[in-house]
Ligand binder design. Structure first.
Ligand code: HEM
Length: 587
C-alpha cells in the first residue's frame, strides 16, 4: 500500500479516468448545478469509481476508492494542495497575501491561532459563554407554540455563536471607542461581560416589545428566519439574513460562473465585509476568538475583513444545519429511545450541577412551565450550577448527545471535499490499488472525494472505510483530514452537543406533518400550489426515499444541489414545542 500511496510505483498501472461527456464549453456545469449529488451518483454508476467532469474551464476528477482517500489526506502539498484560488474567488483573499499565512492562521501558538484557541481544554470556557448567549436568545421564545425549526435554529445558533466568536458588539454595532484600545485585559473581560448583559437586556426588551403575551404563536418567535420580513430588525437579524444570502450563493460563486451574474451574492458579501471592517476598526473584536486570529495572522489591513468573512462562513455554514439535523433525527419516532437517552442525560447533568455547586440565584422559577404567560419576561431557565452541569456534558465526547451529533453529521455529509493537483500525480484507485493500480490526474485539475456510504440508520452499525477509521469514522471525515482539517472541529462538536441537550432539556418537541402547519402559521396560498409545483413535490418525495436516516420522509429533504459540507434542509420543518420544567435543584 505504501508504494501505491507514494504515487511512484503506481505509474506502471495508472490509467486515465473516463471523461464524462457534457455540453461544449460548459461541460457538466448545468448537470452538476441542477442535480448535484444525484448527478454524481449517476456518473458513479455509469463510469465506476473514478471519472472526470469538465466544468467550464476546470476539470474535476472524482475518486471514490478507499485507497484514494488515504492518499488524498496524506499527500504532500507538492502533489495535492488546498484550493487557494477558491479562497480568493469567494472571500476575496488573494493567494499572494494569504497562502503563506494560512498555516500561521491555523497553527500559530502566540498569539493563539485557531488550533490552539479551540483545543478541548479551552472548550468549557467557550461553551459556558455560549450557553449564556443561547439562554439569552431563548428568553424571547414564547412558552409554547409552533415554529419552523430550520429558521429558528438558524437564528439561535448563528446569533449566539457569532456573538461568542466575534463578540456581542459585532452584532450590536455601535460607535468606535478609542479608550478601549488601551484597556488592560481585565477591563476587557469586564467589558465583555457587560456586553453580554446588554445583549441579554436587548433580548429581554424585545420580548416585552413583542408583547411577551405568550399566546401560542406560530412562525418565527424572534423574526429569525424570515427573509424579506417587513418588521424592523435588529442589526443581528440583518447580519444573519445577509449571511445566509451569502451562504446560499457560495457554491455558485466558487464555480467558474462569472460573479457579474450573481448580484445578490456580491451585495451580501459587500455588506458583510463592510460590517466586519467597521467592527474591526472600532475595536469590537478585541479579546474575541476572531480578534486573536487577526493578530495571529498578520494580514495587511485591507484583507483583514476578508479573512474574518472566511472565519464567519466556516464557523456558521455547517454548524447551523448540523444543529437542525441532530435535533430533527432525534424527533423521528424510530429514534424515540435515543431521544429519551439524550433528555435523561441532560436532565442528570443539570441536576448534578445543581446538586454539586449549590443553585446560585435561586435556580429555576417554578411556574415557568405550562400555560405560558407573563412569565416569559423573567424566565430564568437554568441556575449557574445547572449551566455548569450542561457545560461539562457538552465536553463529554462519549455522551448520548455527542453520539447523536456524530450520527447526524454522518447522515448528512455525503458531500465532496476538494484539492488541486499541484503536479501530474497518480492517485491510488481500483481493486489492485495496493499493488500499484491508480489513476492519472493532470496538474491543475481538481481532485474531489466523497467518502460516504449511504443507507445507514441512526443507531445502526457504522461501516466506514478502513482509510478513515483513524479520523473518527465518517462523522470525522466531515471535518476534513490531514493538515487542513477543520480547526473548529472540537468546538463545533461541543457547540452542537450543547444546543441539542439544552433545547431537549428545556422544551418538549413534536414534529408536525410535513406541509401542514398550525392554524396561526402563514399557510401557503392554495392557489400557489400549481400542478408544476405538485409534480416537483412528488419528485422530491421520490428522492426522499433514497435519503439516509429518514425512511418515513418526516423531515424536510436535504437540498442535493449543495455539494460541499453538511447538507442544508430544502424546506421548513414545523414543530410544536412547549417549555418544560428542568430539574429542581437538589432533585
Ligand atoms: C458541523 C460543523 C463543521 C463542519 C462539518 C466543518 C467542516 C470543515 C471542513 C470539511 C473543512 C475543510 C477541511 C478540508 O478540506 O480538509 C473546514 C475548514 C475550516 N473550518 Fe470547519 N467545520 C465545522 C465547524 C466549524 C467551526 C464551528 C469553526 C470555527 C469556530 C470552523 C472553522 C473552520 C476554518 C477556519 C476552516 C478553514 C481552515 C483552513 O483555512 O485551512 N469550522 N471545516
Amino acid at each position: 500500500g505504501r508504494d501505491a500511496a507514494s504515487g511512484v510505483a503506481g505509474k506502471a498501472a495508472a490509467r486515465v479516468p473516463p471523461t464524462v461527456p457534457g455540453l461544449p464549453l460548459l461541460g457538466s456545469v448545468l448537470a452538476l448545478g441542477s442535480r448535484g449529488a444525484a448527478f454524481l451518483q449517476e456518473c458513479r454508476q455509469k463510469y465506476g469509481s473514478a471519472f472526470t467532469l469538465r466544468l467550464a474551464g476546470q476539470r474535476m476528477t472524482f475518486v471514490f476508492a478507499p485507497a484514494a482517500l488515504q492518499h488524498y489526506f496524506s499527500a504532500p502539498d507538492t502533489q495535492l494542495t488546498f484550493a487557494p484560488a477558491f479562497t480568493h474567488r469567494v472571500f476575496g483573499l488573494p493567494p499572494k497575501h494569504f497562502y503563506h499565512r494560512h498555516f500561521a492562521m491555523l497553527q500559530a501558538s502566540m498569539p493563539p491561532a485557531l488550533r490552539h484557541e479551540l483545543v478541548p481544554s479551552s472548550l468549557p470556557q467557550h461553551t459556558a459563554r455560549l450557553l449564556r448567549l443561547l439562554l439569552a436568545h431563548l428568553r424571547s421564545w414564547p412558552a409554547a407554540g409552533q415554529l419552523d425549526l430550520v429558521a429558528e435554529l438558524k437564528a439561535l445558533v448563528f446569533q449566539a455563536s457569532v456573538a461568542l466568536l466575534f463578540g456581542p458588539r459585532f452584532l450590536l454595532g455601535g460607535e468606535p471607542d478609542a479608550r478601549q484600545q488601551q484597556q488592560q485585559q481585565q477591563q476587557e473581560e469586564e467589558q465583555r461581560q457587560e456586553q453580554e448583559e446588554e445583549w441579554e437586556r436587548q433580548q429581554q426588551a424585545r420580548v416585552q416589545q413583542e408583547g411577551g403575551d405568550g399566546a401560542a404563536q406560530a412562525g418565527s418567535p424572534c423574526g429569525g428566519g424570515r427573509l424579506g420580513s417587513p418588521d424592523p430588525q435588529s442589526r443581528a437579524q440583518r447580519l444573519q439574513q445577509t449571511f445566509f444570502v451569502f451562504e446560499a450563493g457560495f457554491e455558485l460563486a466558487a464555480s467558474p460562473v462569472p460573479h457579474l451574474l450573481q448580484p445578490r451574492f456580491l451585495a451580501a458579501r459587500r455588506r458583510l465585509l463592510a460590517a466586519l471592517r467597521e467592527s474591526h476598526r472600532a475595536g469590537h473584536l478585541e479579546g474575541t476568538v476572531a480578534g486573536r486570529l487577526v493578530e495571529a495572522c498578520g494580514l495587511p489591513a485591507p484583507y483583514v475583513a476578508n479573512m474574518l468573512l472566511a472565519l464567519l462562513w466556516a464557523s456558521q455554514a455547517n454548524a447551523v444545519s448540523s444543529a437542525f439535523w441532530t435535533i430533527g433525527f432525534l424527533l423521528l419516532p424510530e429514534n424515540s429511545q435515543h431521544l429519551a437517552a439524550v433528555v435523561a442525560e441532560a436532565w442528570q447533568a443539570a441536576a448534578a450541577g445543581a446538586g454539586g455547586g449549590g443553585a446560585a440565584g435561586g435556580g429555576v422559577r417554578p411556574g415557568a412551565r405550562g400555560r405560558h404567560g407573563a412569565e416569559g419576561e423573567g424566565w430564568l431557565p437554568l441556575s449557574e450550577a445547572q449551566q455548569e452541569g450542561l457545560v461539562a456534558l457538552a465536553a463529554d465526547r462519549r455522551s448520548h448527545a455527542a453520539a447523536a451529533v456524530a450520527e447526524a453529521l454522518r447522515l448528512r455529509s455525503f458531500s465532496v471535499d476538494v484539492r488541486i493537483a499541484a503536479a501530474d500525480v497518480v492517485v491510488p484507485c481500483g481493486e489492485r490499488a495496493s499493488a500499484g493500480e491508480g489513476i492519472w490526474v493532470r496538474k491543475g485539475d481538481m481532485v474531489a472525494i466523497s467518502p460516504y456510504e449511504e443507507g445507514m440508520r441512526l443507531g445502526g452499525s457504522t461501516s466506514v472505510h478502513g482509510a478513515v477509521v483513524g479520523m473518527g469514522g465518517v462523522a470525522g471525515v466531515s471535518f476534513g483530514g490531514g493538515k487542513y482539517r477543520c480547526p473548529g472541529r472540537y468546538f463545533a462538536e461541543a457547540e452542537l452537543a450543547l444546543v441539542t441537550s439544552l433545547l431537549l432539556l428545556l422544551f418538549d418537541w413534536q414534529l408536525l406533518p410535513r406541509g401542514q402547519q398550525g392554524a396561526a402559521a402563514p399557510a401557503p396560498a392554495a392557489a400557489a400550489l400549481t400542478s408544476a409545483s405538485r409534480a416537483q413535490q412528488r419528485q422530491q418525495q421520490r428522492r426522499q426515499a433514497s435519503v439516509p436516516g429518514d425512511p418515513g420522509g418526516l423531515l424536510p429533504p436535504p437540498d442535493l444541489h449543495k455539494l460541499v459540507g453538511i447538507k442544508v434542509p430544502a424546506e421548513p420543518c414545523w414543530v410544536q414545542y412547549r417549555r418544560r420544567q428542568p430539574p429542581v435543584p437538589g432533585s
